[in-house]
Design a protein around this ligand. Structure first.
Ligand code: NAX
Length: 334
């Protein structure tokens, strides 16, 4: 066992995603079986009672790695010295609510949390934003943490990558367990405009585009990946929770410790000049990344785009730019 426990904060800790995420982290699935942990859990005041019940259950598991659990409704306390932060809690979309109303409510939550992270988290913190609208929430949080680097923040599109890999396998009458699917990329926003891109993907080292039908890819696959969240809600009566928690662990694990050799992972990261002007600087956009451990990632360079992929990326980038403008309008500044 390593001597110093890692401090991990999860917000929205009494919610559905956290109910899966916390137990998997505490088992060691995030940082491995030799790293002890302190969980720091943030909730809003009315949910503190329910959160106490979650803590009881965490303690009842007698996890050997779990040194302590701290709960608070004060972000500065919950983020104190945290090295890994999962921003899961957010205001949910209510029936009939416009995306702009959802954005407005969440922008103020993520502004407050960005400031608190800036003030109290570890200077080496890594922050993963899960709460929707995840890309723009990431931008708002990172912009309100001026003492930290933008590369210390990222948003989650890994669930979309996992869904896409599973759909490709199912289409081929197989499973991700039997097929080695690599380099499948999610570009853009975690929203229906996202672009799941298989142009460079490989399946058992062969080109994915030689294996799947082009019409299925263009007419069904892209839409189905983007609408998978709605399909889960329709079937389950509740939004994706365990699969979102699993993807959050995949994302943070790979960022912290590195992904497999040759593997690309999709992360919503701060855009630099790599794909400008198609993907302009200053957004958080789903991109292919390589993680080689030490809490770092590198955007995969040198990808080219045909007319179809370019127009898909333009659409999702346009939406990200509109959300950024809206956030600017609400906050006066980011
Ligand atoms: P729940 O409604 O079950 O839980 C959210 C929790 O957040 C609640 O307990 C609530 O009290 C808490 N909360 C609200 N405001 C807070 C604040 N200011 N500080 C701390 N806690 C706060 O939602 P759940 O199913 O857990 O989903 C959480 C978020 O993940 C939602 O925004 C959801 O849309 C988003 N998702 C993102 C996904 C992604 O791929 N990026 C996929 C799954 C999910 O839809």
């Amino acid at each position: 066992m390593t001597s110093k426990s890692a401090r991990i904060t999860v917000t929205g800790a009494a919610g559905q995603i956290a109910y899966s995420l916390l137990f998997r982290i505490a088992r060691g699935e995030l940082l491995g079986p030799r790293q002890s942990l302190i969980l720091q859990l943030l909730e809003i005041t009315p949910a503190m009672g329910a959160l106490k019940g979650v803590v009881m259950e965490l303690l009842d598991c007698a996890f050997p790695l779990l040194e302590d659990v701290i709960i608070s409704d004060d972000p500065e306390i919950a983020f104190r010295d945290a090295e890994y932060i999962f921003l899961v809690g957010s205001s949910p979309r209510k029936k009939g609510q416009e995306r702009s109303d959802l954005l407005e409510k969440n922008i103020s939550i993520f502004k407050t949390q960005g400031r608190a992270i800036n003030n109290s988290a570890s200077r080496n913190v890594r922050v993963l934003v899960v709460g929707n609208p995840a890309n723009t929430n990431t931008l708002v949080a990172a912009s309100n943490a001026p003492d930290l680097e933008k590369t210390q923040f990222s948003g989650m599109v890994r669930l979309d990558q996992n869904r896409a890999m599973s759909m490709v396998a199912t289409h081929l009458g197989s499973s991700v367990c039997e097929l080695n699917i690599q380099k499948l990329v999610i570009w853009g926003n975690h929203s229906p405009t996202m672009f799941p891109d298989i142009r460079l993907a490989t399946i058992n080292d062969e080109k994915a585009t030689d294996k799947v039908e082009a019409s299925w890819y263009k007419n069904e696959f892209i839409l189905n990946v983007a609408q998978r969240g709605s399909a889960v809600i329709a079937a389950r009566g509740a939004s994706s929770a365990a699969s979102a928690a699993s993807a959050a662990i995949d994302h943070m694990h790979d960022w912290a410790l590195g992904c497999k050799e040759q593997e690309w992972v999709s992360m919503s990261v701060f855009t630099d000049k790599t794909y400008a002007p198609l993907i302009p600087e200053g957004l958080y956009c789903g991109m292919p990344c390589i993680c080689r451990g030490s809490n770092s990632y590198k955007i995969v360079e040198g990808m080219s785009f045909d007319g179809f992929s370019e127009s898909k990326i333009k659409d999702t980038v346009k939406e990200l730019q509109e959300e950024r403008s809206f956030a600017h309008k609400i906050l006066g500044t980011l």
